[in-house]
Structure formats: C-alpha cells, structure tokens
Design a protein around this ligand. Structure first.
Ligand code: FMN
Length: 336
C-alpha cells in the first residue's frame, strides 16, 4: 500500500508505518490486539486500566514477543494502581506512555521521560495544551466528546478549532467518533499528525471482547452511544459514553441512591465518587468478558454507527489507509 507524505510526521513520531493509533481500551487492549495493530502498520497501546502491576508487566513482555514494532502503554492517573503502573514503566520503559484520566503531574511526566519513554497526553483545552507542552509532553491527543469510554465535554469540531490550528511544537493526534479513512484524510490535511480510533478496533477479529459485545456494537446506531449525566455536583461524574442499556439506567439510580446517602451523612463525597467509578470498571469487565450486554458497560463512541463489519485489524488498517489516500488524491485533483 502506498504511503502518503501527509503520514510522515505522525509515522515518524510513533515509529509506525501509518499514523493510526488504536486507542487503549481497558479489558480489550491486550498484547494480542496491540501487537496485531503494530504488525499491521498502526500503533497499538496497551490499557493498564486498574490491572495489578504484574499483569501489566506480563502484557508488556508478551507484546514484545509478538511484535518488534513500537507500541504504547496507557496509564490512568485516577486508577488506584496508577503509581504501581508508573513503577513498572520506569523499570521497563516502552516507546510511548499515554497519560489519561486527569492532567498528570509534571514530575510524573518528567519521571517517565527520564526513563527513556516519550509521553503523550489528552489536551482538553488550549490552555491545557500549552501547559502540557511546558511539562515536556512530546505529543498531544485531541479527543472529542463523540469518543467511547470516559470523555470530555467538548465536540471534536470545536476542539479542533480551539487547538489544532495553533502553532504547536509537538505533533497533534485527533480522535473521537472516527471510523472512515476519507474523514481521517481531512484531519491530516487540516494539520493533524495522525488519528486515534477505538470503537472500530474493539470489534476487530483480534479483539478479545465477547462475541455478544461485538454483535451489539455491529447492530448499534450512533444515537445509541449516549453520554451519562451528573445529577449532583457534590458527587462529580466523569461522563462516560456507552451504549444505552439497563446498566445505564442503573447508573442513574445508583447516583440518586448515593445522593440520598450523602444527604443523610452515611457516606462522604469521595466514597460516592469511588462507588460510581467502581460501577464502570466492574461493568466494563462484565460487558467485555462475559458479554453482559444488558447490564454491563458497553463503552462505545458514536462512531459505532459507522462500524458494520467484523474485520481483521489488518483489513481495518488497509481500508483506512486506502480511503485516506483516495480522499487526499480526490481533494488534490479538485484543487488543480
Ligand atoms: C471499551 C472502551 C474502553 C476504553 N478504555 C480507555 C482507557 O482505558 N484509556 C483511555 O485513555 N481511553 C480509553 N478509551 C478511549 C479510546 O482509547 C479511544 O480514544 C476512543 O475509543 C476513540 O473514540 P472512538 O471510540 O469513537 O473511536 C476506551 C474506549 C472504549 C470504546
């Protein structure tokens, strides 16, 4: 497959043939999926989630056995296992570490960098993008609210206008709601170094997700991937985009129950917030591993409505690249 010059900046940064990142997905992005993405020319990221440190170490070793190409590890700053994940990554550096969850501390960024890894972070606003660059972050990801999993509040259209067109010293990757190469091509033409997709890879043949999980994704429309609401500012909710099911209704009921308990002085705000986060962690495992599509957390981007077939990772990447190339050539010929 032809490799386009618009791919160069992102590919060189990632060390992959194509500037296509398969975003980390907790319970899904294991050594098999990550190495398949890397071997097909993309850039895969292991999800640390809340895994015990020894499992993360094992997955890093297995990924290295399955691919000789570079890959990333995603760490979640708000995970109880976060600090142990940083220890693993300092002892056993990987090419790229991606911080997710909240804005990382500067010393954590520096600690990972001094162990030899490059660092990427999600930039939710222009001010934060500049701050992260000052912290020493090597690459940024702009992710629109269309994305699956824990999300920010701003649409990709607005985030792009707020951040992408500024003159940044680091490459910017863009994700959230992406499924088609033709659209990804336009992001590269706007100045993105590359793209990040999750949902489309979650249903790939190499994804370990339960067949019922994948079948529900293939059936779903964009409007089925809803974002959760926060009922009371005293118990903050990081919004999650997930397929609407009985579990999303349960999440609403759990919030009401916790607000009642908080009013009666039975729990603290932190207890409440932790119970809500546990809901998603346990729910995602049930959905992905057990195929509990009714009550589990079916985290999906709005891109789910554009994903209609269970392809291999190689087919997904080749199709993305082919459609990106065709779109770039189409635009080029229109501009002549
Ligand atoms: C099931 C699922 C789990 C996810 N888990 C994580 C995670 O652990 N860490 C993270 O940074 N992003 C996570 N994400 C977000 C993806 O990495 C990616 O940025 C997102 O899926 C892109 O949007 P899309 O789904 O529309 O392609 C998750 C997404 C999904 C669908």
């Amino acid at each position: 497959m032809k490799k386009h010059d618009l791919f160069d900046r992102g590919s060189e940064f990632l060390g992959s043939r194509y500037p296509i990142i398969c975003g980390a997905m907790t319970w899904i992005s294991d050594s098999v999926l990550v190495s398949s993405v890397c071997n097909a020319g993309g850039f895969g990221c292991l999800a640390s989630g809340n895994a015990p440190a020894d499992i993360l170490s094992r997955e890093i070793t297995r990924t290295r056995e399955l691919t000789s190409n570079p890959f990333g590890v995603n760490v979640i700053t708000v995970s109880p296992a976060y600090r142990s994940h940083l220890d693993v990554l300092c002892a056993n550096p990987v090419p790229v570490v991606i911080f997710a969850g909240s804005i990382p501390k500067e010393q954590d960024v520096q600690r990972i960098k001094s162990s030899g890894s490059r660092v990427m972070c999600f930039a939710p606003t222009r001010a934060m993008a500049s701050r992260l660059v000052r912290f020493g972050v090597d690459g940024l990801i702009l992710e629109g609210t269309e994305a699956g999993g824990h999300i920010g509040p701003v649409s990709l259209t607005v985030l792009l206008q707020e951040i992408l067109f500024d003159d940044h010293p680091v490459p910017i990757f863009v994700g959230g709601g992406l499924a088609l190469g033709s659209f990804c091509a336009h992001l590269l033409m706007m100045g993105a170094a590359g793209v990040q997709l999750g949902t489309r890879f979650a249903v790939s043949r190499e994804s370990c997700a339960h067949p019922d999980f994948k079948a529900a994704f293939l059936k779903a429309e964009a409007r089925d991937a809803i974002s959760t609401s926060q009922f009371d500012a005293r118990i903050p909710v990081i919004p999650v985009r997930t397929l609407r099911n009985r579990g999303t209704a349960d999440f609403g009921r759990l919030q009401l129950e916790l607000i009642g308990q908080l009013n009666r002085g039975e729990i603290t705000r932190t207890d409440g917030q932790m119970r809500l986060e546990e809901f998603w962690l346990g729910g995602l495992r049930r959905a992905v591993q057990e195929g509990d599509v009714d009550y589990g957390s079916m985290m999906a981007g709005q891109s789910v409505g554009l994903v209609k077939s269970n392809q291999s990772v190689e087919e997904i990447i080749q199709e993305l690249v082919r459609d990106m190339d065709a779109e770039i050539e189409r635009v080029r010929s229109r501009l002549k």
